[in-house]
Design a protein around this ligand. Sequence first.
Ligand code: NAD
Ligand code: MG
Length: 390
Amino acid sequence: MKRITILGATGSIGESTLDVVGRHPDRYRVFALAARHSHERLLAQCLRFEPAYAVLADPKAAALLREQLARHNSRTEVLEGPHAAAQVAAAAETDLVMAAIVGAAGLASTLAAARAGKTILLANKEAIVMAGPVFLAAVRDGGARVLPIDSEHNAVFQCLPADGSRIGVRRIVLTASGGPFRSMSESDMERVTPEQAVAHPNWSMGRKISVDSATMMNKGLELIEAHFLFEMPPERLDVLIHPQSIVHSMVEYVDGSLLAQLGNPDMRTPIAHAMAWPARIDSGVSMLDLAAHGRLDFELPDPARFPCLRLAREALSAGAAAPCVLNAANEIAVDAFLDRRIRFTDIFRVCEATLDDIGAAGAPADTEAVIALDASARSAANLHLSRLAR
Ligand code: NAD
Ligand code: MG
């Protein structure tokens, strides 16, 4: 029996994780569920999975949840505040930690799981993008293990040599759907709405990552994530557009082999893979019917229409402060776009301007430095926002 803590339980990844857990009550017990403020969703999850702890960052929402749970005579204890997620992530009673809080808000709890030597199921890509070397050092020092949840990285993990070596590996190719605006002109992109941007053609995901997919910043963040996770130099990481989202990524070997992982676009496959690794369990995802699909298409991304992808590549090559600065600027810009304060195409402008300001700073050496750099990048990005805001 493995005990699991789910950080970001009420989100898209959190709900998919609970769906897989619910299929295997003999293998998994939920130790803790953490979210920001969705107390109603968390209540339903607590009543079904009976975790020892439920965590809400927002104290008002936590009070409401506590009241509701008491009414149901639940034994789940409610914790609140900004540090509670890290507390349950590091608790001795948990084996697996699903890190699925969105954005930099997930850094502290993901780091806490690393330092406590947990098996981290890593969905929160922003944490590794902003704090790559610091996070990996915490994993090493804590004796933790990281299993990728991001579908591309999970695919790469499955296609790399099973002994953990990189023997014969030439290149990693991340596939990208191209998002909802794959074939839209640059001028039409100036006018797209948040509703259009979050309507992903293949995947159902949270709002932030859906916008990232539409700008293709998501693929850029994933290049950075792959660089850190798989210790691959930038020049051996590539992106290929594959609109059907069936091939989830590929590893190219020196002998001409190209290994790919395929499956229906449903996050329960990578989640179940990582939860059970190295075993395999049913995920609830239907088997891929290739004959029904008939064809799979591939094309190169267009850097002119998707400048965020180019910018992320530049940040990856520059290294040091650049990935952290890019991530922070992007979070600020995406929020502003979702609030209708800036245009879709301004997301790139904010990120580029913020990188120009402070992207060339030195690499943050520890967690405090990462947090400080993230904060300065947010201030710089907010300044650029106020100039662009409508
Ligand atoms: P989501 O918006 O659906 O859910 C986010 C979750 O984080 C919610 O449970 C929310 O309550 C929680 N949260 C936000 N701020 C918090 C805070 N301050 N403290 C505690 N909890 C907080 O997002 P999602 O789509 O599930 O994505 C989660 C992460 O997984 C992101 O980093 C995303 O990039 C990554 N990811 C998602 C998918 C996907 O298919 N959804 C695929 C790959 C990677
Ligand atoms: Mg992905």
